[in-house]
Structures are given as C-alpha cells and as structure tokens.
Design a protein around this ligand. Sequence first.
Ligand SMILES: CC(C)(COP(=O)(O)OP(=O)(O)OC[C@H]1O[C@@H](n2cnc3c(N)ncnc32)[C@H](O)[C@@H]1OP(=O)(O)O)[C@@H](O)C(=O)NCCC(=O)NCCS
Length: 169
Amino acid sequence: MDNIYITNVLSSTHVRENFDCKKELLNGYIHRQASQDVKRRISACFVLADDDKIIKGYYTLSSSSIPRDQLPLEIIKKLPGSYMDLPVTLLGRLALDKNSFGKGLGELLLLDALKRSYDVSVHNVASMAIIVDPIDGEAIRFYEKYGFILIPDSGKMFLTMNTIAKLFD
Ligand SMILES: CC(C)(COP(=O)(O)OP(=O)(O)OC[C@H]1O[C@@H](n2cnc3c(N)ncnc32)[C@H](O)[C@@H]1OP(=O)(O)O)[C@@H](O)C(=O)NCCC(=O)NCCS
C-alpha cells in the first residue's frame, strides 16, 4: 500500500542524524524521539528519504479527539448532540530538510499526510478532521495556504475530512 505514497514508515535503517529543518524542536524530535514514540505507539512517523535512506522530510500522525465546542458553529450544528468529543487525526509534526526548501516538497509532504489520513478514515478508523499544532507564525501561514482554520484559544488548526475528500475522491 505504501507505494502510492511518497513516504515510508520510519525504520531503523533511515539516516536521521543530519536532518535540519531550522527548527530545533522538530530536529530533536526526528533525531532522538520519533523512534521511541513509534515503539510506544504514541505516533506513526512517515519519512521522505533518498536512495541512501537519508531523511529529507517527515511527519507524524496519531489518533486524537476534539471537544465539540472548539469547532465552528456551522460544523457543530450538523452533528448529533450526543457527541461531546469528535474523532480527529493529529498531524503532530511536519518538517522538511532545509536543503529541500522552496521546491514544492513541503506541499507534497502535506498532501501525502492528508492522503494517508483520508485513506485510513475511509477504510479503517473514522476521523472527521485533521488537526495540526503549528510550531510558530510561519507554520500557521503555511497551513492557512491549504485551508486549515485556526481554532480560537487552542493554537491548533483544522481541516475537515469532507474538504480533504474533495482532493482525492
Ligand atoms: C513549512 C515547510 C514544510 C514548507 O516546505 P517547502 O518545501 O519549502 O514548501 P513548498 O515549496 O512546498 O511551498 C508550498 C507553498 O507554501 C508556501 N510556504 C512555504 N513555506 C512557507 C512558510 N513558512 N510560510 C508560509 N508559506 C510558506 C510556499 O510559498 C508555497 O506557496 P506558493 O506555491 O503559493 O508559492 C518547510 O519550510 C519546513 O519544513 N519548515 C520547518 C518546519 C515547519 O515549520 N513545519 C511546519 C509544521 S509544524
């Protein structure tokens, strides 16, 4: 199934030491923590790597939920009142090596994450939106380009799976 994506599941053979996206938190995560989180089943990590298995980009996905009152009214009003928390997919981190900036790979990496999340939501575990936790203002502007909407007071952003479906159906 992986061959329809540009990324693969992170494995011990991937070379991560020199990955640098200019954001220390996101560098440290792939250098030191990603494999641990995968082992603990806290997140799944997908990497874009070259022929030598050197990581050029990565993202993480996890199951999550969002309280209904954090969603905009036009979405809430279509949901049965009994659902207090709604199932979502957390795109926790997404980063590209600085040597690959500005060539369209960030967009491809994001689309790959949206496609994986969408496929899972259709065929395996339902999810009504993708939530992101942007690391700073630059990241907010990047996600806004793709239609992500800020959730007031949370710092998070979301894009509904129905919107994502229009990209892939
Ligand atoms: C954000 C990131 C993934 C973008 O990757 P990239 O390959 O340089 O981006 P692309 O070349 O695919 O650009 C896609 C579009 O996003 C825009 N864009 C890229 N970086 C942006 C930024 N930081 N802020 C706003 N828009 C941005 C580009 O201008 C382009 O739009 P255009 O086609 O209208 O010109 C990359 O800069 C990165 O990894 N940054 C460090 C980690 C990070 O901030 N991650 C964000 C999630 S926490």
